[in-house]
Design a protein around this ligand. Structure first.
Ligand code: TEU
Ligand code: CA
Length: 555
């Protein structure tokens, strides 16, 4: 694999609305991020992805863009962004923006013009169908519930397509004029000095044929992903995007890619792939069910391990994947991948080491480095996320009680990741001096940055050690480029693998449960590089681990 500047880096996702509020309006902002760059630098975060900060009605928290060329005043100004780019670059950091181009906002001027004249130029920027009978259009269900077809505002006989919320009309990538406008915008940002993009929901830009499929719920509709199975030819668009925008700027890009066919991975992230990298969502999608959150399965430690092994195998040798345990769409990793009740600094550190040292680019989502957890809810009224609100309704319609439906939101809801970053034990977790747009997790009195900075054994300090270890020139070739192989894959609740390069091998081994266990070893431990608890007990052919202990050792 050709070496790239970003392979050895650590990436960090910021959800600006919830990171740090500099002016007391309860909403995190760009000056807030600038004021925390030193913290991120000290942590070891090099590549920083900002979730959307463009002008938006925030129906889907910024993933509904009304102006691609302007910063939403709630997040700051273009000057603030310029300053952020500058300050980050001064510190040797990189800024990447969220590129949301499957859809825009229904408040974007293109859509307003399309409403004024559906048969005109901008009507062709969207998927607009003339009919009096929306049922005659295809029966796809949007990701956030209900039909993908919505009546075009101001008309009785036109409908437009939205795979996501109705305030997110899909852009028509089949239209070369529309694509030109997108490329112009992407190049404008890259010329401005940002270092790249994360590509939102990108697989959706190529639609399958507008046909009916057998319904998968009583609503007569079928999941939006069904048509993706029949969509062909996305490469034409993505290759163009790469050649016209990313390649000439040498931009770093990471795709949010779901529903990819295995034989397409190389087109996406192989040599001259469309993107630099893409997220491995194998563990993320495990246990999901098209019928709704009420059918989702919990992820056991063995499930999690097999997902990670599967992802590593699939992407190995093809390209450099991006690894994560959470993002702004997911519950907190420690709440999801550690069995309920077992969340502790020790188990959180174990999970951190396990995913962080696999092959690929490690991503940290804001607050993950503190071990932030899911939130308990008293009522659905506390929930902001549109996807959770829909899932709640679907569960209730399926016969679930309000309490049980709420419990599903606690487990799977996107707000879990969106509560304010926990800076300290003061009011509102030190996130704002005003009223936060979303209440902080009450556990901020214990889990917060200033407490963890003061504690050498904190989850935060363990993350710092992991980041330093992966960057340590003595081991970085092994961690960044070394082969990955599962170790003892069939041993229940043992999660272990080796990384090896140039005749050297590092073993990462964890006891993913409470009880102490002894596991066989491949060779003698030459040097322990890191552990999360107590001492390391090993002899020439075995190692004994405490509950949730992880050991990283050269053998
Ligand atoms: O997510 C795309 C996506 O397909 C999902 O993550 C998933 O369907 C959704 O979160 C329901 O749980 C991206 C963004 O990450 C997400 O925040 C946006 O809401 C979505 O695109 C639309 O832009
Ligand atoms: Ca603010």
């Amino acid at each position: 694999m050709e070496k790239k500047w970003w392979h050895g880096k650590t990436a960090y996702q910021i959800y600006p609305k919830s990171f740090y509020d500099s002016n007391g309006d309860g909403i995190g902002d760009l000056p807030g991020i600038i004021s925390k760059l030193d913290y991120l630098k000290e942590l070891g975060a090099d590549i920083i992805w900002l979730s959307p900060i463009y002008v938006s009605p925030l129906a889907d928290e910024g993933y509904d863009i009304a102006d691609y060329y302007a910063i939403d005043p709630r997040f700051g100004t273009m000057d603030d962004l310029d300053r952020l780019i500058d300050e980050a670059h001064k510190r040797g950091q990189y800024i990447i923006m969220d590129l949301v181009v499957n859809h825009c906002s229904d408040e974007h001027e293109w859509f307003k013009k399309a409403c004024d004249d559906p048969e005109g130029k901008y009507g062709k920027y969207f998927f607009i169908e003339k009919t009096n009978d929306p049922k005659s259009l295809c029966n796809w269900r949007s990701y956030f519930g209900g039909s993908v077809w919505e009546k075009l505002p101001g008309h009785d006989d036109y409908y437009y397509l939205h795979l996501f919320h109705k305030k997110q009309p899909d852009l028509n990538w089949e239209n070369p004029e529309m694509r030109e406008d997108i490329y112009r915008m992407v190049n404008w940002w890259l010329d401005k000095g940002i270092d790249g993009f994360r590509l939102d929901a990108i697989i959706n830009i190529k639609k399958g044929p507008f046909v009916n499929y057998p319904p998968d719920r009583d609503d007569g509709l079928v999941r939006a992903t069904r048509q993706l199975e029949d969509a062909r030819g996305i490469g034409e668009f993505l290759g163009e995007l790469r050649d016209r925008c990313f390649a000439p700027h040498k931009a770093f890009t990471v795709g949010e890619v779901f529903n990819l066919r295995d034989d397409e991975i190389k087109d996406f992230i192989g040599g001259n792939g469309y993107f630099s990298s893409m997220f491995d969502f194998t563990p993320t999608i495990f246990g999901q069910d098209d019928r709704g959150w009420q059918y989702f399965k919990d992820v056991t430690p063995d499930d999690y391990k097999h997902c990670v092994f599967k992802g590593q195998k699939e992407y190995d040798d093809i390209g450099f994947v991006s690894n994560l345990i959470e993002n702004h769409d997911e519950p907190r990793g420690v709440s999801r991948y550690i069995p309920e009740g077992d969340q502790s600094p020790t188990s959180k550190k174990m999970l951190a080491a396990l995913y962080f040292l696999t092959k690929g680019l490690p991503w940290i989502y804001q607050g993950q480095e503190l071990g932030m957890e899911n939130v308990k809810l008293k009522s659905i009224d506390q929930v902001d996320d549109i996807s959770s609100i829909d899932a709640y309704k679907v569960a209730i319609a399926d016969g679930f009680s309000e309490a049980d439906a709420l419990h599903l939101i606690e487990k799977h809801g996107r707000d879990n990741a969106r509560t304010p970053f926990q800076w300290n034990a003061e009011a509102n977790a030190g996130f704002t001096t005003g009223k936060p747009w979303l209440a902080p997790n009450p556990n901020y009195t214990e889990i917060n940055l200033s407490a963890e900075e003061a504690d050498t054994d904190s989850v935060l300090n363990f993350y710092k050690k992991l980041i330093q270890l992966r960057k340590n020139p003595e081991y970085s070739e092994i961690f960044v480029y070394g082969d990955f192989s599962p170790y003892l894959p069939d041993v229940h609740n043992c999660f272990a693998y080796t990384r090896s390069n140039g005749g050297r091998t590092i073993l990462v081994i964890a006891n993913y449960q409470n009880e102490k266990k002894t596991y066989p070893l491949l060779g003698t431990v030459k040097k322990v590089l890191l552990t999360n608890t107590g001492a390391v007990n090993s002899d020439s052919d075995s190692i004994t681990l405490d509950g949730y202990q992880v050991v990283v050792a050269e053998i």
